[in-house]
Design a protein around this ligand. Structure first.
Ligand code: 5GP
Ligand code: ZN
Length: 110
C-alpha cells in the first residue's frame, strides 16, 4: 500500500524516532506546531479513527497507555493528544495517528 506512515513504520522513509515497539512507533512531526510534537502510530495500517472496531482497537489502548512514558521521556508533563479524522477535520495522512503536543502553553482548540 502506498502509505507514507506505513513506509515510516517500515523504516523505508527515515524519521526521528522517539519510541518504538512491536506495535507502534512515535516520531517527531516534520512540521512541529509546538516544541514537542510527536506522532504516535500503529505499525499496522488503519485509515483513521473511522476504521476502528472492537476487533482492531487494542492497539489504540496500547498507544494511549504508552503516552505518559513517552511524554516523560520528552520532558513534558502537560500536553495535548489529538487525532484528526477526515479531511475537513484536518487529517492529511490516511494512517491513524495521534499528535502529542507540548512544551508550550496550548490555547483553546479551534
Ligand atoms: P494530520 O494533518 O493528518 O492530522 O497530521 C499529519 C502530520 O504528519 C502533519 O502534522 C505533518 O506535518 C506530518 N507529516 C507529513 N509528512 C511527514 C513526514 O514525511 N515525516 C514526518 N515526520 N511527519 C510528516
Ligand atoms: Zn499506513
Amino acid at each position: 500500500m502506498d502509505c507514507l506512515f506505513c513506509k515510516i513504520a517500515a523504516g523505508e522513509i527515515p524519521s526521528q524516532k522517539v519510541y518504538e515497539d512491536a506495535q507502534m512507533l512515535a516520531f517527531r512531526d516534520i512540521e512541529p506546531k509546538a516544541p514537542v510534537h510527536v506522532l504516535l502510530i500503529p505499525k499496522t495500517h488503519l485509515d483513521g479513527v473511522r476504521a476502528l472496531t472492537a476487533d482492531n482497537a487494542a492497539v489504540v489502548a496500547h498507544i494511549i497507555a504508552k503516552i505518559p512514558e513517552i511524554a516523560a521521556s520528552l520532558g513534558v508533563t502537560d500536553y495535548r493528544v489529538v487525532t484528526n479524522n477526515g479531511a475537513a477535520a484536518g487529517q492529511s495522512v490516511q494512517h491513524l495517528h495521534f499528535h502529542l503536543l507540548g512544551g508550550r502553553t496550548l490555547g483553546e482548540m479551534g
